[in-house]
Write a protein that binds this ligand. Structure first.
Ligand code: AMP
Ligand code: ZN
Length: 468
């Protein structure tokens, strides 16, 4: 079945075919590790995870590269402001290297909590400095660069298709960007390839280069890393929509200027998550919405956020509210219960599902997925299967196969799952009763829990409650 994906370059859905055979090179811009990821960032990573799983479900072999931006991303997109890593270090009184290490681990934990499959290659900007310098040297040799007092810049006027991704009006752009313009830049859209360390100050992260001690620009990092690890397999490059106008536009300009060849063929962008009720999500706000704060501390299973993300198409803005996430939590619990029930209803003697029945259901599921990752429709197909009159064993087999894309770990339903509230409150009350040696109340609560369908086991490590 053909796979259609929306390509930001052409502003239309196009049939996707890898450049070579069935091997897909996928590059997704990774986190800037100066703080925790917020749930908006994570929406983009969920979209990218689905993309990768859908490519694999279609039978492609995917090589996924994700970078860690651990230097060079400034607080202003157009090379103004401070380095986010050095800013994070000052905020927390630790070194920029420690900050990068700590928030990289935190990000990988968040990925785990959302069941985001890790990339095949993690790469760090600070570990690919020689490749970045080599790329700048190529651009210099081809006459695309110039020096200012604070760095080496890319001359965007020399690249004729500068706005081919953003479709912006170049003249208006040059005018509009003048306010924050560095007077030494030839064009407002020019961007730093290499920034010099301040003369009177030693930065924590800096390297020697042919132009002087300094650090790379954010955009050159992604160009160098994607070319290094994907070579000619430059199939799909992703990020959030905020990357279209500057970061990805600049990546394309410098990469194509350097190689003389088209850079990635497909550019895909996830729409933003917006917060209802004026809560702040941004990393710059004190208590911003991390998985820990927005979900776990509110009693929400992080996987419910994955479920919530599937209710909106990735190219539509998603509204986040307490009610919406609670609705997603209920939806996920319901789905898990459905799976539990069909699993309980399966028996040894059930007939095997004929291959053609599965193929037909898979085709339906793929029709939704291959229409530019239409997850709301794919989720509807899952419900159709669960509510059909097929034998439970067939339903289970189908839904577990689909779960390779959904990523809800439905084969592990029941393991360590949250208990219903009426059970949980009785457990808490029973623990208290036992501490107070009120054995009569403890026994009564045990009977109530059992009447709700759970078995209570008292062991030396405390009470264990398992579904009957
Ligand atoms: P950063 O760590 O700032 O480089 O951002 C990581 C990823 O999150 C990038 O792909 C951004 O485009 C994306 N992103 C940032 N804010 C949001 C948001 N509110 N909703 C969805 N994606 C976002
Ligand atoms: Zn990037």
């Amino acid at each position: 079945m053909k796979l259609y994906l929306y390509n930001t370059l052409t502003r239309q859905k196009e049939e996707f075919q890898p450049l070579f055979s069935d091997y897909v090179g996928l590059y997704t811009c990774g986190p800037t590790v100066y703080n925790y990821a917020h749930i908006g960032n994570l929406r983009t990573y969920i979209f990218e995870d689905v993309l990768k799983r859908v490519l694999r479900f279609n039978g492609f072999t995917v090589k996924h590269v994700m970078n860690i931006t651990d230097v060079g991303h400034l607080t202003g997109d157009r090379d103004m402001g401070e380095d986010k890593l050095e800013k994070g270090a000052a905020r927390e009184g630790r070194s920029a290297w420690d900050i990068a290490e700590m928030y990289t681990i935190a990000f990988q934990e968040d990925m785990d909590r959302l069941n985001l499959a890790p990339p095949d290659i993690w790469c760090k900007a600070t570990e690919t400095i020689p490749e970045q310098i080599a790329l700048i040297e190529t651009l210099e040799a081809k006459g695309y660069t110039y020096a200012t007092g604070d760095g080496i810049y890319f001359d965007t006027a020399r690249f004729k298709d500068y706005t081919k991704l953003s479709h912006q009006n170049l003249e208006a752009l040059q005018e509009g960007a003048r306010v924050e313009r560095n007077p030494e830049k030839r064009n407002a859209t020019d961007f730093a390839l290499w920034k010099f360390s301040p003369k009177d100050e030693q930065r924590q992260m800096e390297w020697p280069s042919p132009w002087g001690v300094g650090f790379p620009g954010w955009h050159i990092e992604c160009s160098a890393m994607s070319m290094k690890f994907l070579g000619d397999h430059l199939d799909i490059h992703c990020g959030g929509t905020d990357h279209i106008d500057v970061h990805h536009t600049n990546e394309i300009a410098q990469s194509e200027a350097a190689t003389g060849k088209p850079f990635f063929r497909f550019w895909m962008h996830g729409a933003f998550l917006n917060i209802a009720g004026g809560k702040k999500m941004a990393k710059s706000a004190g208590n911003f919405l991390t998985i820990q704060y927005a979900l776990i501390e509110q009693g929400i299973d992080p996987m419910a956020y994955r479920y919530a993300a599937f209710q909106t198409h990735y190219r539509n803005p998603m509204e986040y509210s307490d009610a919406a996430i609670q609705g997603a939590q209920n939806g996920l619990s319901h789905l898990r219960n459905q799976v539990r029930h069909i699993r309980d209803a399966c028996t040894e003697g059930d007939a095997k599902m004929p291959g053609e029945v599965y193929e037909e259901l898979k085709a339906k599921f793929l029709t939704a997925l291959n229409d530019d990752l239409n997850m709301p429709r794919a989720m509807a197909v899952v419900q159709e299967v669960l509510k059909s009159d097929m034998p439970p064993a067939w339903k289970l087999e189908t839904v577990l196969a689909f779960d390779r894309v959904l990523g809800f770990d439905l084969d592990r339903v029941g393991e360590g799952e949250a208990l219903p509230e009426e059970v949980q409150t009785r457990i808490t009350a029973r623990e208290k009763a036992r501490q107070e040696k009120n054995w009569a109340l403890s026994d009564q609560l045990r009977d109530e829990i059992q009447a709700l369908g759970y078995v209570v086991q008292d062991g030396k490590d405390g009470m264990k409650v398992i579904k009957k």
